[in-house]
Design a binder for this molecule. Structure first.
Ligand code: LMR
Length: 396
């Protein structure tokens, strides 16, 4: 059956972790996969998560199935976190189903769109390398349009809006929540409002993929795109990952959120989402969802979690500053300046794939193809080596 299958190339992001681990060089720098790291290169278990986990384990009396919508209380807590006091929640227009990570949510969203006859999904380029495979595996036709110009390190907003104006009621538009991956270049609230006006006019459905909620500014500011779109549009889909903001990477915890015209629509669509999940993996793993639910139902743990998240966000911002300042001192300020204005874990260094390879092979600096660097891998011990290596590769 499988005799003719050839081995596939390594995943463009996950493959980096393996080759980095095999590199014997002492001064190597891992700027690959999007995980938070302390200055010592550790991705810690958050204290709020450890406490919630201890409570759950001490209380656990059964390993029987969780309901198809996920751990008890997960969906309700997620909706409260996303919508706060918004009328979207008050009117019961939204519903949430727990999924195996943000990837599981994207797969369900893709299948839901496909089942209901969506013509295509439009995605701004560049985007997270897994968007296209995930959504095309769900049966959608992918339409790539310009989002960001690497030469100017800026959003190509006019080109993006022109492309979006061509969409119609059978189309979906993928938008990134806070902390665009891979560019770190987020739409401003004014730009989001323009996209909402176009969506009202053209009738397409926004799918907001949110994997870094809280990592740009704070949980409330970062929710603008979700709240504004949900308040002003009749339908919105949101895919959500708890990997980064709860540090639950390997627990595969996320959710799909649907906002509809009214509560009746929301409950009907929820049954379709659960039906698609049943034919994929039946129900999500329980542990991560239970942790999120435990944290968000406890005022003390919620405070601890919010404080820890704010600290991670501040660290990533100060890593950005460190890189920009070190580069400026070394006379390469212009090349790195955009990094100081962008959000979240990632930014793009304007470089070719050959230069990314040279950075890795000649200097032990591991970036993702296209020049994406994870700012969590930058620290005061390695920043000079990073600046020198990039300078040597880019300027010869
Ligand atoms: C990343 O972009 O590095 C992360 O979201 C991890 C992944 O699954 O690609």
């Amino acid at each position: 059956m499988f005799a003719n299958l050839e081995a596939l190339p390594a995943d463009p992001i996950l493959g980096i972790t393996k080759i980095f681990a095999e590199d014997p060089r002492q001064n190597k720098i891992d700027l690959g996969v999007g995980v938070y790291k302390t200055i010592d290169g550790v991705t810690p278990v958050m204290k709020a998560v450890a406490e919630a986990q201890n409570t759950i384990i001490s209380k656990e009396a059964t390993k029987s199935y969780t309901p198809p919508q996920g751990a008890p209380g997960f969906g309700e807590a997620m909706l409260k976190l996303l919508f706060g006091d918004s009328d979207v929640l008050g009117r019961g227009r939204c519903t949430a189903v727990q999924t195996p990570g943000g990837c599981g949510a994207l797969r369900l969203a893709g299948e839901l769109l496909n089942h209901t006859g969506a013509a295509s999904i439009t995605i701004g380029t560049p985007t997270w390398p897994n968007h296209k495979p995930l959504l095309s595996a769900a049966g959608l036709t992918i339409n790539m349009v310009p989002y960001y110009e690497a030469e100017n390190s800026a959003i190509a907003f006019d080109s993006f809006v022109s492309a979006v104006k061509k969409l119609g009621p059978k189309d979906a538009l993928l938008l990134h929540g806070p902390c665009h991956n891979p560019t770190g270049a987020d739409l401003t609230p004014e730009q989001i409002d323009i996209i909402i006006d176009v969506a009202q006019e053209r009738g397409f459905l926004p799918l907001i993929d949110t994997a870094y909620h809280g990592f740009a500014h704070d949980l409330e500011t970062d929710a603008y795109i979700i709240r504004a779109m949900s308040e002003r549009l009749p339908e919105v889909l949101i895919t959500y990952s708890c990997s980064k903001n709860f540090g639950l990477y390997k627990e595969r915890t996320g959710g799909i959120i649907y906002v509809g015209e009214n509560a009746e629509r929301a409950s009907a669509v929820k049954t379709h989402i659960m039906n698609i999940a049943r034919s994929n993996y039946s129900m999500p793993p329980a542990h991560g969802g239970a942790i999120v639910s435990e944290i968000l139902h406890s005022p003390e743990l919620t405070k601890l979690w919010r404080d820890e998240l704010a600290e991670m966000t501040a660290t990533v911002r100060s890593n950005r500053k460190l890189l920009v300042e070190t580069a400026a001192k070394a006379g390469h300020g212009n090349y790195f300046a955009h990094i100081g204005q962008q959000n979240g874990m990632f930014s793009l260094l304007p470089m070719s794939d050959a230069q990314v390879a040279a950075l890795r092979e000649d200097h032990g600096v591991y970036a993702v193809g296209g020049g994406r660097i994870n700012m969590c891998g930058v620290n005061e011990h390695n920043v000079q080596h990073l600046v020198d290596a990039v300078n040597s590769v880019v300027n010869g």
